[in-house]
Design a protein around this ligand. Structure first.
Ligand SMILES: Cc1cc2nc3c(=O)[nH]c(=O)nc-3n(C[C@H](O)[C@H](O)[C@H](O)COP(=O)(O)O)c2cc1C
Ligand code: SF4
Length: 439
């Protein structure tokens, strides 16, 4: 049962959006934008600045346990000046795994996670755990069970069959998110980030293409938004005000007939009215279809071919670009979509993501009404970029968006250009064959 707070009725969202549309291209900029490098409140948590290291699935916990390597990885972003780093991707259950060696958030992981949070706190940053259930992106050869989706579905990239999830299983998944959030609290995390993006299980419920259910979890966008709202509510009930609760939510996923911005504005308005989240990080794209929509920039076809079984390599080289999609990289590439969400937020802060690589980009985000920014590749390339930006406002990122780090997620995520080995020495890429791109 969804409970709403004492806030404006979300049924009036269309009026809000009409106002936005009459304003033309987005939101007027304000002169009084906050200082991105000053301390700030994220729900109950005080962060030293507004820059969040975005989730970049680490591949540094081979047995699903925290390693020294994983601790070094996150300590480098903390020492490099971020306000908060994000551990990714933490499964709420074994069935929700999308790649080998992901951390399952349960009691067995607790001691290692505590070491990780202690190390990051000692370096002055906050730490968040991205909690997810892979759903259509889960791998049967890893989990031992058929992947689940809102309705029967065949993943167009991996051709994996997904069966329809039952209602009792939906209730179990909601509880698993709550239990995983409790582990995060016990382990000393400052926040959890609920993965409602990239067509993992929760966001696949938002998609009319994948969700053709006839029950209260399907139908119009209000029905399809029910699962993400119930997960957010359950997590908030469990954690209370002890830690911050953030969601990473798709604005659109690039899959024809799937999630689109008009409906994700409605989902966001409902989540905002529920007041269960402290912030929403707006994302685009999916791990199911044309994943380059999420990243933009060069398509690392040769690198993907190399980690495929030999028989598949020629096909990947020929068809890889078509399967992965090809979209030019632009700085701030999610801003034009994300600015449409600013006017509808009453209770929840927004995190801008996508192609943020320098101080001007961060200040642009602040001026446009975003309270935080998320940075992925620019920080993978240079974990200390925030410190550098504070010292020299003109500093430019050395990430060239060749996207070769995407392939490293299958074992020990790193920037392939990081010859300085700032977060540990890269190991030779002897990787298990992926069946789809993970994010
Ligand atoms: C190597 C790599 C791994 C990623 N893994 C995840 C992940 O586990 N979960 C997630 O939500 N996003 C993941 N992402 C997406 C990033 O969080 C971010 O949304 C995307 O890179 C765009 O931000 P950027 O332009 O600052 O890199 C990953 C990105 C990269 C490059
Ligand atoms: S491999 Fe390095 S330079 Fe290339 S996109 Fe990733 S972080 Fe940027």
């Amino acid at each position: 049962m969804i409970r709403t707070g004492n806030f404006p009725d979300p049924d009036h969202w269309e009026n809000t959006i009409d106002v936005r549309l009459r304003c033309g291209d987005g939101v007027p900029m304000t002169d009084l934008s906050p200082d991105p490098f000053a301390p700030v409140q994220l729900g109950p948590v005080r962060l030293r600045n507004r820059i969040i290291k975005a989730a970049t699935s680490e591949g540094r916990s081979p047995d699903g346990r925290v390693t020294g390597d994983l601790i070094d990885f996150h300590r480098s972003f903390a020492e490099g000046g971020v306000g908060m780093t994000t551990v990714a991707y933490c499964c709420v259950s074994h069935e929700g795994a999308s790649a080998p060696g992901q951390i399952v958030m349960n009691a067995a992981a607790l001691a290692g996670l505590r070491k990780l949070t202690d190390a990051v706190h000692a370096a002055g940053a906050g730490i968040s755990a991205q909690l997810g259930h892979a759903g259509v992106v889960a791998q049967k050869k890893l989990t031992g069970v058929t992947a689940v989706a809102p309705s029967r579905f065949v993943n167009p990239t991996s051709f994996a069959y997904c069966r329809e999830i039952r209602r009792d299983e939906i209730a179990a998944v909601i509880d698993q998110f709550g239990d995983a959030a409790q582990v995060a609290v016990d382990a000393g995390f400052d926040a959890v980030e609920l993965h409602f993006g990239h067509l993992y299980l929760p966001s696949s419920f938002l998609s009319p293409l994948i969700n053709r259910r006839k029950d209260e979890y399907g139908g119009d966008i209000d029905g399809r938004s029910r699962l993400v709202r119930e997960i957010a509510q359950r997590v908030r009930e469990v954690v209370g005000r002890r830690i911050a609760v953030v969601a990473k939510l798709d604005m659109d996923d690039g899959l024809p007939g799937s999630i689109w911005i008009d409906e994700s504005l409605r989902t966001t308005a409902l989540l905002d009215a529920d007041a269960t989240l402290d912030a929403i990080e707006l994302t685009q794209g999916s791990s199911v279809y044309r994943p380059m929509y999420l990243f933009r920039g060069d398509v690392p076809v040769r690198e993907f071919a190399k980690v495929m079984p030999p028989m598949m390599r020629p096909g990947v080289r020929v068809l890889g670009k078509r399967v992965m999609g090809s979209y030019p990289y632009e700085d701030l590439y999610m801003l034009s979509a994300a600015r449409q969400f600013v006017p509808i937020m009453k209770n929840t802060k927004l995190i801008l993501l996508g192609g943020i690589t320098n101080r001007e980009h961060i200040e642009t985000g602040m001026r446009e009404g975003f309270e935080f920014v998320g940075m992925g590749r620019a920080l993978l390339r240079e974990p200390d970029l925030v410190n550098k930006m504070m010292e020299d406002p003109g500093v430019r990122s050395r990430c060239n968006h060749n996207n070769k780090c995407m392939v490293t997620v299958f074992a020990r995520t790193h920037c392939v250009l990081d010859t300085d080995q700032r977060y540990g020495a890269p190991e030779p890429m002897d990787l298990p064959a992926p069946s789809a791109v993970r994010s």
